[in-house]
Design a protein around this ligand. Structure first.
Ligand code: NAD
Length: 447
């Protein structure tokens, strides 16, 4: 609660996708008056009606509470937001640039320029999008050029670390708040915005712009490296007859290593890690920091190879060709608890098998719609049972709990005789599936 008499800063959030919609709803939950801005009228309409246009546990409740309280509204009018708020969070996308590893910064540039142009009073512009190091300084210079004279207009970078599927928790109770480039005035405003998590012990790390930008991409680079590391180890396990899951558990007891992000499997995907490590590789190359370029290239290559490895396992399970063979695919989202299929390894494998002539039926508990939009040529089922019916091979490509908890004996009654399950996330109870009569294959799982 606010102990002082000073008015609370008003907040705008520019870009209301996965990050921005969550951030806007969370800011309203913390008691601020918030306006969310997006160029996509359909998104603005849905959010205004209290509907989250993607699957994120807990977010619908937060959004409805914010909208009903009158503290949270959405618009396509950037000028309105510029005139309304004191603190503006820029949460627009920074996708991979077509034909390049670098980030496409046109949305970030448009958001900062648009805001700066329309400001009517003092404002702090805060970048939250993940950007190549150096972007913040460039945007600050641009904002100074464009903003009306006589106003105090400052820029800071406050990178976002939320995980899809846990976005509400991560926004309301972040592991840390990192702020780059803020003056004492900007620092004070952001401490007001984050007063509740800070009062609950969240560390506040104030630094310069390049350090703040690099904290975010380094975090993603490290997580990606951990995943590719264990996937490379899982290949050795396969060759040597060792069990990578037992190995990961044993490694994880070492607090210097930790158990998280050490699951061998199909590798990482989604709207962040792949494009972020590529953007980092690209930027490091521009800066002449070649060690990181080499490291990230290997991490990316190992990760992409996992998709081929799983396709090869399916081909092998079908006796050398998947042509006209029936393959049930369980999972399409890039990870559980989301319907996000951007750069999803699961869909990549499903599409790869489809292109090799297999009859693929995909089922995902939440990502059916988003998958259909991305890959309309694949066939989608509405249940696990439908996907495995008459299958020669079943692939588990996203570790949703409903797949882990499925009854393997019941499912084997639906498949062709002698079906194989390829557990590309090492998430099933292997012994239970074997005992039920399945031929079970994991990655780096001892036979
Ligand atoms: P997204 O594509 O879901 O959302 C981006 C939104 O910005 C879209 O709704 C788009 O219509 C809107 N937009 C584009 N240009 C605009 C403009 N000029 N004005 C207003 N709105 C505009 O992307 P996202 O996943 O939310 O990611 C946004 C940023 O946050 C990226 O830089 C990403 O790397 C970073 N990030 C994402 C996550 C995550 O888990 N999704 C986590 C941390 C950081």
């Amino acid at each position: 609660t606010d102990q002082t008499d000073q008015p609370r800063p008003r907040i705008s959030v520019v870009g209301t996708g996965y990050l921005g919609a969550t951030h806007a709803a969370a800011m309203a939950e913390l008691g601020f008056d918030v306006v969310g801005v997006d160029v996509d009228p359909a998104k603005v309409e849905a959010l205004s009606a209290g509907k989250v246009p993607f699957y994120e546990p807990g977010l619908p409740e937060l959004l409805v509470r914010g909208v009903e309280s009158g503290r949270l509204r959405f618009t396509t009018d950037l000028a309105e937001a510029a005139a309304f708020a004191d603190v503006h969070f820029v949460c627009v996308g920074t996708p991979q640039r077509p034909g390049s590893n670098g980030a496409d910064l046109r949305y970030v540039e448009a958001a900062f320029e648009g805001l700066a142009q329309h400001l009517t009073h003092d404002a702090l512009l805060v970048g939250k999008s993940t950007v190549p190091v150096g972007t913040g300084a460039r945007m600050a210079a641009r904002v100074r050029e464009v903003a009306p004279a006589g106003l105090r207009v400052e820029l800071a970078w406050n990178p976002e670390f939320l995980r899809e599927g846990k976005a509400v928790h991560d926004t309301l109770s972040p592991d840390r708040v990192v702020v780059g480039g803020a003056s004492p005035w900007g620092d004070d405003l952001l401490r007001q915005v984050y007063a509740r998590p800070l009062s609950e012990g969240t560390p506040f790390i104030a630094t310069d712009l390049p350090t703040a930008e690099l904290v975010k991409v380094s975090a993603n680079a490290f997580l990606a490296t951990k995943i590719s590391f264990i996937n490379a180890i899982s290949q050795v396990c396969d060759k040597a007859g060792a069990d990578v899951t037992v190995l990961s558990d044993a490694l994880g007891h070492d607090v210097r290593i930790g158990r998280q992000f050490l699951n061998a499997g199909l590798g990482f995907g989604g709207g962040c890690l792949p494009k972020d490590i590529r953007a980092l590789m690209h930027r490091a190359g521009e800066l002449g920091a070649h060690s990181l370029v080499a490291l990230m290239q290997d991490v990316d290559e190992i990760n992409m190879w996992q998709r081929q490895r799983v396709i090869d396992m399916a081909v092998q399970a079908c006796g050398g060709s998947v042509l006209n063979r029936r393959i049930g695919v369980l999972g399409a989202a890039f990870k559980p608890d989301t319907d996000d299929v951007r750069d999803s390894p699961a869909l990549n494998v499903a599409a790869g098998l489809h292109l090799r002539g297999a009859q693929v039926v995909v089922y995902d508990p939440e990502a059916g719609e988003t998958s259909r939009r991305m890959f309309p040529t694949l066939t989608y089922g509405t249940s696990t049972e439908e996907a495995v019916t008459d299958a020669d091979v079943v692939l588990v490509l996203t570790e949703w709990p409903v797949f882990r908890e499925a009854d393997p004996a019941k499912l084997l009654g639906l498949t062709r005789p002698g079906a194989t399950v390829i557990d590309a996330r090492n998430c099933l109870p292997a012994d239970t599936w074997r005992q039920a009569g399945w031929t079970y294959r994991g990655l780096g799982a001892a036979r």
